[in-house]
Design a protein around this ligand. Structure first.
Ligand code: FCB
Length: 456
């Protein structure tokens, strides 16, 4: 059924080293549903999505893809696509319904079934400890801006490593700490919907400390674990070559990339950004991250688009979050994000050149488009297929330039709850009919399946 590809998968695949792993990614709140099952407690995303006006279509994760009840079917689906790896997240409120105290065994058992089901099918589990669904009681106690969250996260991590350390080798601590802090507590467009830049920077600081605590806990309990973090990193370009635009782009690179990358890679906070943030860092011991960082084995990179940045115009605030613009001329996804695969190559080469992590995984890459379901149920999503082909090609180019990329995860395995956009944006390589919960592999998913199959 696959049409379009101008590069035959057979040739593209030959540009990847033996052992390169192909996977797909999801997160708990976006797919599981079953928000009251087996003693799960509420998370900040339950609260936020149930607050009128917070999601575009009023969507919530109450049912989502009903993955919790369709686990076996979804595992078979992954196997039918030949996936070698699956990146999922554990819902903290299933494991600790109030965010602290003893483990809820029923909650752990769901992930036992998931992990065992993956292993039985030869799919390598990549476990993300936290993909945004903070237990609501922890938010009520101060959330990420409160330092106590670090101890709570360490306790939660210890429960997971004890339970899954015998079967899970690849561990990612946090998903996109920039989003946790800046979207959740600064802009307020994600749960818990707070708008307070000082709180956002305290939140960011505590994500660093939580990451560090988790790396220590995993390393101690699972000596052969491969540990990383999934950062949303950007290829940044200045809108023009004026000094003002170049300075704005440099600052954005600092706030969005280096504020997260530098401490994780053992360099502490970038001093130019410390200076730029100034008073809103009050109360944060910025020097605390200069030492004591534990190295990661894998750097997880989530990439969707490039960021073109211009200087704020007269009257516009120089906010901690810059306005990302498009240059025009390039096709865009349904999110309004420019399709710029070469940005992925440039980003990967830059990370390798400037930070040299031992290994890089592309932990998310993908695109939202409006999908048309044909009468026979099929989805010919040529634009998404082309997006994948071109970003996989960019990944091959980075590898040829010497960048140690080892794994690629498509975002996402299936259409799901896209946070503030509810169900209005589809990112899946598998189509989900949210009325019937029917799954149908899209043309992009068939292309991906064929690409993977051509390795053998
Ligand atoms: C990333 C998130 C992921 C998904 C994609 C589209 O920022 O990590 O959950 O929403 O964007």
């Amino acid at each position: 059924m696959t049409t379009t590809p101008s590069v035959a998968p057979g040739r593209l695949i030959d540009r990847f080293p033996p052992g390169f792993a192909w996977g797909a990614a999801t997160s708990a709140y976006q797919i599981e549903g079953a928000v009251h099952a087996d003693g799960r407690g509420p998370s900040i995303w339950d609260t936020y999505s149930h607050t009128p006006g917070m999601t575009e279509d009023g969507g919530t994760g109450d049912i989502a893809c009903d993955h919790f009840h369709r686990l076996e079917e979804d595992l078979d689906l992954m196997a039918s696509m030949g996936l070698g790896a699956y990146r999922f997240s554990v819902a903290w409120p299933r494991v600790q319904p109030t965010g602290s105290g003893p483990a809820n065994l029923k909650g752990l058992e769901f992930y036992d079934r998931l992990v065992d089901g993956l292993l039985e099918r030869g799919i390598d589990p990549w476990l993300t400890l936290f993909h945004w669904d903070l237990p609501q009681p922890l938010e009520d106690a101060g959330g990420w801006p409160d330092r106590d969250v670090v101890a709570r996260f360490a306790e939660y991590t210890a429960i997971l490593v004890e339970r899954f350390g015998d079967r899970v080798r690849n561990w990612l601590t946090l998903n996109e700490p920039w989003c946790i802090a800046m979207l959740g507590y600064g802009i307020g467009r994600h749960a818990p919907g707070i708008q307070d830049w000082s709180a956002a920077l305290r939140a960011a600081h505590h994500t660093h400390l939580a990451h560090r605590a988790a790396v220590g806990a995993i390393r101690a309990a699972v000596p052969d674990a491969r540990i990383g973090v999934a950062l949303n990193l950007h290829h940044v370009e200045a809108a023009t070559e004026t000094d003002a635009d170049r300075a704005a782009a440099r600052l954005h690179d600092g706030t969005a990339n280096r504020w997260f990358l530098d401490p994780v890679m053992g360099r502490g906070y970038p001093r130019d950004v410390v200076e730029a943030y100034g008073p809103i860092l009050e109360g944060i011991d910025v020097g605390e991250l200069d030492t004591g960082t534990l190295p990661v084995d894998i750097l997880g990179v989530n990439y969707y688009t490039r960021n073109v940045i211009r200087a704020p115009r007269a009257g516009e605030a120089n906010a901690p979050v810059a306005t990302v613009m498009t240059r025009g001329g390039l096709p865009e996804t349904e999110m309004g994000w420019e399709i710029h695969p070469d940005g992925l190559r440039q980003l990967l080469e830059r990370i390798h050149r400037e930070y040299a992590p031992p290994s890089i995984a592309i932990t998310e890459n993908g695109a939202a488009f409006v999908d048309e379901v044909a009468a026979d149920g099929s989805v010919q999503d040529d634009a998404r297929l082309a997006y994948y082909r071109d970003h996989v090609t960019a990944t091959a180019e980075a590898i040829e330039a010497g960048v140690p990329v080892e794994t690629y995860f498509a975002w996402s395995l299936m259409d799901n709850f896209e946070w503030g956009f509810g169900y209005t944006k589809r990112f899946g390589i598998v189509h989900v009919d949210f009325e019937t919960q029917q799954r149908t592999i899209k043309a992009s998913g068939e292309w991906y399946r064929d690409l993977i199959a051509s390795t053998r």
